[in-house]
Design a protein around this ligand. Structure first.
Ligand SMILES: N[C@@H](CCC[C@H](N)C(=O)O)C(=O)O
Length: 284
């Protein structure tokens, strides 16, 4: 029997099993199935997926994220904040500002410390990618997909698509409680127009500084929060003239609040909590 040490962490309830690959060794071909088994709430630990904290050749640390169906994502906003907390508290980095490599590029993390503990993290998530090729979404090549009509399950909707290194599609709703998460979410996630699948978000705009948000994540289903999704929701809301650039927007997710700002230089900043739940050994 093999085993590895893990740390369970969450950010606004978006919880993953974190494995320190500076210390652990797991065969590459076992990673996808381990993400499924550790995530199982009955026979595993229970989580939205598994995140590896890895050495990097271009930054002090690299994040790899696996959803709870075993698929590998290219980015994870809540995961980045937890990786930043882990890296600082476990001596992988000594500075309060450092880079993290992801499969979709390098981001900058800033940890906010209270008595030696990282309570919150700000991440400069970089620039959103908006063209149809960058999402990716099939169809005519356009610079951005904003308020575009699209039919799903026989009903017409208006959608906006944003990539934050991973794909997101945003639907606006009048009342967040009525968001068709479990009905529309899985249909849109696997729609053939999104060749890599898509994270599906529902947004109710409260005012120019506040929105409600719910998510059906690609590869994980309903989660309490999605950091890249919250960034995509604010970018979408700027593009749809519902909020403004250079103004911090509070995004109310099921698990709590994130503050997101799309700066006029193009970068998107995300600030929010990161928490450690427990540590243990996993046997496989
Ligand atoms: N929860 C994450 C996103 C995780 C990956 C996503 N499901 C994907 O496949 O793109 C976040 O906080 O951003």
């Amino acid at each position: 029997m093999k085993k590895f040490n893990f740390t369970k962490m969450h950010a606004l309830g978006n919880n993953y099993i974190y494995v320190d690959m500076f210390k652990e060794q797991i065969e590459e071909e076992r990673l996808a199935s381990l993400a499924v088994s550790v995530s199982d709430i009955y026979k595993g630990i229970g989580s939205d997926g598994m995140i590896l904290i890895c050495p990097s050749e271009v930054a002090p640390v690299k994040m790899r994220i696996f959803n709870n169906d075993g698929s590998e994502g290219r980015n994870c906003g809540n995961g980045l904040r937890c990786v930043a907390k882990y890296a600082y508290e476990n001596g992988i980095v000594e500075s309060e500002q450092f880079a993290i490599e992801t499969l979709s590029g390098i981001v900058q993390a800033y940890v906010h410390i209270d008595r030696g503990i990282v309570e919150e993290v700000t991440i400069n998530m970089g620039k959103p990618r908006l063209s149809r090729e960058q999402i990716p979404m099939k169809g005519e090549s356009v610079e951005s997909i904003v308020n575009e009509k699209a039919t799903f399950a026989g009903q017409e909707y208006n959608i906006t698509a944003v990539s934050m290194g991973n794909p997101h599609v945003i639907f606006y709703v009048d009342y967040i409680e009525e968001a068709p998460l479990t009905t529309l979410g899985p249909i849109v996630e696997k729609d053939e127009r999104f060749p890599e699948g898509v994270n599906v978000e529902f947004v109710e705009v409260v005012n120019e500084k506040e929105v409600h948000f719910r998510v059906w994540e690609r590869g994980s289903g309903i989660t309490q929060a999605c950091g890249t999704g919250a960034c995509a929701a604010v970018v979408s809301s700027v593009l749809n003239d519902k909020v403004e650039r250079d103004v911090p927007v509070v995004v109310h997710l099921a698990g709590g609040d994130l503050t997101i700002e799309w700066k006029s230089d193009g970068d998107v900043f995300m600030k929010g909590e990161a928490k450690t739940v427990c540590k243990g050994e996993y046997y496989y």
